[in-house]
Structure formats: C-alpha cells, structure tokens
Design a protein around this ligand. Structure first.
Ligand code: GLA
Length: 702
C-alpha cells in the first residue's frame, strides 16, 4: 500500500470494500441478498483489481449443497460452521440480512445490517492501522425493538475469516497443560471441521486462542501465512471449516458450545475483537508482525522496559514472614532486582492452599506488624513492591465463604467440585465484582502497591448462577468482563500500577489480558530446558517484552533436573528476566555469577524487550534466538544446547536482518564479523557440552 492509499475504499458498483494495510489487502462484498462475503486476503491490490477477483468455484450444484455462497464474513447461512446461532421468539432461527449502510471513520469500517423481519441489527466492525498489517474485527448485535420479545442466543462469534483456495492447508497452534503450555503443533488440516476451544472459563493451558494457516510449504522465513487471534480470556471457540472444494473458513468468538442466554429488548451485545493477519514472509514474519501490533496497539505501556522481578514463590511458598522476605529482598536487591514481589501466603489463614483465599487482610502471624515494615525495607533497598492476589477465588475454609456461600459458581442439587481446595467466585454478579474492586483498590492505595500478580488457579466446573435463571450462561462472558473492568479501573485510578497476568502459569495468556496487563507468567514450569519449548510456542504470537521468565534453583523444584546457572539465566534472559530461587541458599559463587549476568542483561534489555525477534533455524538439540535493536546497531543471539548425539557439533547459526556490507564487532571477544558472512555462512556458537549456552552480542561498526 502506498502512503496515499486510503485504508478503506468502497466500490459502489460492485458493493465491495477494500481494506489496505502497509503490506496486505482484504476485500469483502455484499452478495445479491445483502450478505457480506469474503473476496480476497493477501498481497496489496487496487480497488479495480479487487473488483476483478473471480468468485471461487463451489462444489457441483446439487440439492445437497448450500443454496447460497460460502465465505460469509459472519456466517449465518449455508452448511458450514455458523458464527451466529439464535432463535427469535417464534422459533425462527434463520437470519435474513438487509444492508442498512456503512460508515468509515479513521480506518474503521462498519457494515450495518438488519434482519428483514425480526428486531436484530448487526454491525460488522473492521479496523486497520497505517502501521500494522493486523485487521481488527468484531461484531455488535442490537435488539432494536424495546417492546419486542427476547432473542435466544447460543453463539455470537466475533468474525469469520476465509483463506484463499489452496490444494492443501496446514494448521499451526499451541496446545499443552499445566507446566507444559505453548507446545507448537503444525499439522495438515483435514477436510471437515476442526474445533479449537476452551470450556474451562479461562483461555486455558490446553489450547490458546489463535491459529496460523499455510498451504503446507511455509517455513520460518518464507511462505504465505494467514493467522488470527482472539482477544478473549474466558471460554472460547474457533471452528475451522475446510470443505472438499478447497474453501477454508474459520469462525470464532467467546463462549463454548452449549451455552445460551437471551438478548433482551433494546440490549446491545458486543463481541471481543478477533484479529487477523496475512503475512507473505513465513511464520517468523507473521510472529514479528503480531509482536509489533501488540506493542503498538494492545499493551498499556509498551514503551517501558520491564523491571527485573524477584518473586518469593519457589523460595518460601506459603511460609512468607517479614524476616524471610526481608532476607530475600536484601539479596535480590544486591543482585540487581528492581521489583520485589511477595507471592501467596501473606493474607488470611493462608498456610497452604486449603484455607484463607478470599480473606484479603494481612495474616497477623506471618506479619505481626502488617506489611509496612517489609514494604519500607523493599523501598529502602531501591526496589518497587508487588503482591500476589487471586481475587476470583475462595477457599470453602474462609470467612468470605462462610459469609457468602452463594457468591460462588454453583448449580442447585449438584456437587461443588473443589480444585486446589477452592471454588470460583462469580464475578458476573455485580455485588461480587464490587466487593473485589473495593478490597483491591484499598490494598493498592493503603500499601502503595506498585505491581499485582493477578492469579487464577482453577477451571470452572458446575458453573451455574441460579439467580440468573435462563441467562445463567452469561456468567461465562460476564465473569471475564468483570475481571477486565476491575483491572481497568484499578489501572485508571492507580496509574503507576503494573499487572502480571497469571493463571497457574499460562492458563490465561491472550490478547484480552495483554490489553490490560504488562506481562504474563507463561508457565509454572521454571525448568530452563522445558522452558525453551514453552517460550518458542509463546513467541509465535506474543512478544518477548511480555514474557516473564525467572531463574530458579537447581535441581528444579518441579522436574528435579539440575542445570547450570548460566544456562538457566540464558533461557530467562530471552524474555523479561526475573529471579525466583531461594537466594538465601545460593553459594557466593552463584550470587557473583548471577550479579554479572543481571548486569549484562540490563545492557541488552532494550534489544531483547524492544527489538525484533528471529527464531533461528538450527539442528535438533540446538536452539537459538536473535534480537535486533530498533536501530539495528545491536544484535543479541542466545543459543542453547540440549542433549545431542556425541560427534555432532553445532552448525553455524545464520543471522537475519543485518546489513551485508557492514561490520559487526563481537563485544566479548572483539572479533570483527562481516555482515554478509553472518547472513550467508553463519556464526559458530560455542556449545561444548549438553546444557551449555552462549550469548553473543554484536555491535554494528558505524
Ligand atoms: C500459581 C502460580 C504460581 C504461584 C502459586 C501460588 O500456581 O502460577 O506462580 O503464584 O499459584 O499459590
């Protein structure tokens, strides 16, 4: 797109809209029945070119095929996965759109539709930015008859996306479980419907709400990739529909299958954004475009370098006391930590995971003089202070639960399953949300809290809301909206407050949380060897500046694997470095090495957190990541070796995005490298043994 190309153009003759981003184009049109249908998504086009895109051939005409076109922008007809599932009061389920008009304001197109008979309107929103290839889409539904009947809703997706016809497709996404989040899957996509979903009330450890599609030939640096990511932190559903004629459409939005609620007369219902991105430069380019978009348009404070956090969890568990936290704080500060976070155990009767959740007053046994002496000490040591909270949860053994047993998600005559000895508070209830906001606001204000680790440690079960009757399913949506509103209000009222998103690690890592938090605790697994794979998966969409990573003890508390301190640091230094070990037991040699590595990290932090990232292709057992500073003058390469067969030395690693004619100096060895050699031949990493690592820092010679 040239600078002068308007972001949104309309061709009235063909009733076609063309959206243009710096490197891509997206076109849709109204069909003869006023239904918006997909036309094109790929490299830039002019309006005239977009109008000439031929229709995609459909399966042979027969009475068993759809009588309407495919590729709906919000699929409400045909036989594919539907974006809207609803029933009007007389039982009618079919929507019949009439085009009302469109508006274009500052890069945002709204296509306005209304049902021809029933009181339902839909606005299809598309927003493009001049500095991003991501197209933001969402839908607003409106019940436009204040005196009408309720409309029963069972599915209200944000958008449908369609890829161009290709002989085959491949699906990339991440799967996992607690402690093994973000495992990248890249598999051929079968003909039929493939469902990606979470039914757990959080976006989940098991499946993350994004996908990438290619034709099977893309790699890290080449090939066309279509991707989409949902900005939602609760249950979700993306249904990917590939038909035998080569058409691929996916529809996605919040909520999972089986939910239903009523849209009331006069009510407006807004879906979360479902962002889409086309990239012609392979998975690496797609990831960098997502990182860039999240930086420019999603994160609250992208410009800030994230501080080096010390977190107490693996060191002291629930047994936090003023004395042990002060001891950890002193050592953490000496190492160079900038923010001290006291994790679980500081409140209520919280000596383990079986009591106290919900009682957010300082535990008088652990902190007889309150938190002030610790906070004063942390500040005296030059660090900011943060606290762990888990506002959405309650232990049955708590004063809160004893006072308000009706505040939890529950269904009459059904067992209330506890997990981690806790139940979920229903944040869809205004009284519960008000209570939570009140104590959080007071906590942050009274203790001058700089940072909250907002945790959420169990999935929803028996998720009911008896008082809501037939609208009980709304809790799946409104609980999340409640969380969003509280975090947004806290941030607005306490502008210095920073927030880490956590849900037992990476159970709620998504664009919805990233819109209102500063970083994500991506896994409770801090074993550096496992973490390499987890970080690789996280980086597919989310940027390093949001990826919190701690160095913890060896052997690891979870895996019992022993790893060198340097290796553990080098893995955590690939994101937002933090420390989470029991520093009181580290040897003087460990502390000295850690101090050196933290000091080093601070010098490369702007490049890691604010630069661009390339996942470098290496061979099995060797992994490397490159970060290039925004001005391209500093290059950081971190490489790790995991167990490999003896006799197979590491290949040279070929770098990316360098000036072939420039010279680059290795800041440690002084060696001068030619850009063209680094690009075309590569640099040999020094990885003499399993679990060794190296950090190469190159400076462009002006
Ligand atoms: C979750 C978090 C951990 C820690 C514990 C505390 O598991 O992911 O980092 O905060 O809760 O109970």
């Amino acid at each position: 797109m040239s600078r002068s190309t308007p972001p949104v153009q309309f061709d009235p003759l063909h009733r076609l809209w063309l959206l243009s981003t710096p490197n891509t184009a997206y076109a849709l049109r109204l069909d003869a029945h006023d239904v918006p249908r997909h036309v094109y998504w790929g490299r830039p086009l002019t309006l005239a070119q977009a109008a000439s895109v031929p229709e995609v051939r459909r399966p042979a005409d027969s009475s068993f095929e759809s009588p309407v076109g495919d590729g709906g922008e919000l699929t409400t007809d045909g036989f594919g996965a539907q974006s809207l599932l609803l029933a009007f009061s007389d039982g009618t389920t079919q929507v019949d759109w009439r085009f009302l008009g469109h508006t274009v304001t500052d890069g945002e197109l709204v296509v306005r539709l209304a049902d021809r008979h029933y009181p339902l309107e839909a606005d299809l929103h598309y927003r493009v930015h001049e500095d991003s290839d991501v197209i933001e889409r969402w839908t607003t539904l409106r019940h436009n008859d204040p005196d009408g009947q309720d409309i029963l809703m069972t599915r209200t997706d944000s958008a449908s996306w369609t890829a161009p016809p290709r002989p085959s497709y491949r699906l990339s996404h991440t799967t996992g479980a607690w402690t093994t989040e973000f495992q990248l899957e890249r598999l051929p996509l079968p003909i039929g419907e493939t469902l990606l979903t979470s039914r757990r009330g959080v976006s989940s450890h098991q499946s993350h709400p994004w996908l990438m599609i290619d034709d099977g030939t893309a790699d890290e640096e080449h090939g066309e990739v279509w991707s989409a990511a949902l900005a939602w932190s609760g249950s979700w559903r993306i249904s990917v529909d590939r038909n035998p004629a080569g058409r691929l459409t996916w529809t996605g939005g919040f909520g999972h299958d089986g939910l239903s609620w009523r849209l009331h007369p006069g009510e407006t219902w807004q879906t979360p954004p479902f962002h889409g991105l086309f990239s012609a430069g392979g998975f690496g380019t797609a990831s960098r475009a997502w990182h860039d978009h999240i930086t420019r348009h999603v994160l609250p404070h992208p410009e800030e370098l994230r501080p080096i956090v010390y977190n107490s969890w693996e060191a002291t568990g629930w047994a936090v006391t003023e004395a042990n936290q002060k001891g950890l704080a002193a050592t953490a500060a000496a190492l160079g930590a900038e923010l001290f976070v006291m994790d679980d155990g500081w409140f209520g009767a919280r000596d383990g995971d079986d009591a106290g959740l919900g009682d957010w007053t300082v535990n008088p046994t652990h902190f007889p003089d309150g938190l002030a002496p610790l906070i004063d000490e942390v500040q005296r040591l030059g660090m900011r202070f943060g606290l762990w909270v888990e506002p959405e949860m309650v232990n049955p053994d708590s004063d809160l639960y004893r006072a308000h047993p009706d505040w939890v998600l529950h269904q009459p005559h059904r067992t209330q399953t506890t997990m981690r000895n806790q139940l979920v508070l229903n944040f869809a209830r205004p009284d519960v949300a008000t209570w939570a906001h009140k104590w959080l606001d007071a906590l942050v204000r009274d203790h001058a809290i700089d940072y909250l680790k907002w945790d959420m440690n169990r999935a929803f079960t028996e998720a009911g809301w008896p008082e809501a009757g037939p609208d009980a399913s709304r809790l799946w949506i409104d609980h999340v909206r409640g969380v969003y509103t509280i975090i947004d209000r806290l941030r607005e009222d306490h502008p210095h407050l920073r927030v880490q998103a956590c849900a037992g690690g990476g159970g709620r890592a998504d664009l919805g949380m990233l819109t209102r938090t500063d970083e994500v605790w991506i896994s409770d697994n801090t074993d550096a060897a496992d973490r390499i794979t987890i970080q690789h998966g996280y980086s597919q969409v989310y940027p390093a500046r949001t990826m919190a990573a701690w160095v913890t003890d060896s052997p690891n508390f979870l895996t019992r694997r022993a790893l060198p301190l340097r290796f553990r640091f080098h893995v955590a230094m690939a994101g937002v470095l933090g420390i989470g070990g029991n520093l009181l037991e580290w040897t003087p040699a460990d502390l000295a090495e850690a101090t050196t590595l933290i000091t080093h990290y601070k010098t490369i932090r702007p490049t890691i957190q604010h630069g661009t990232q390339h996942r470098l292709t290496t061979q099995a057992g060797h992994t490397a990541v490159q970060y290039t500073s925004p001005d391209s003058s500093q290059i950081v390469v971190i490489a790790w070796r995991q167990p490999v067969r003896t006799g197979h030395p590491a290949f040279p690693i070929r770098l990316h995005s360098l000036d072939p004619n420039a010279l680059y100096r290795d800041e440690d060895t002084g060696t001068i490298h030619h850009g063209t050699i680094l690009l075309n031949h590569g640099i040999a990493p020094d990885l003499p043994a399993d679990y060794t690592s190296t950090l190469i820092q190159l400076q462009r010679i002006p």
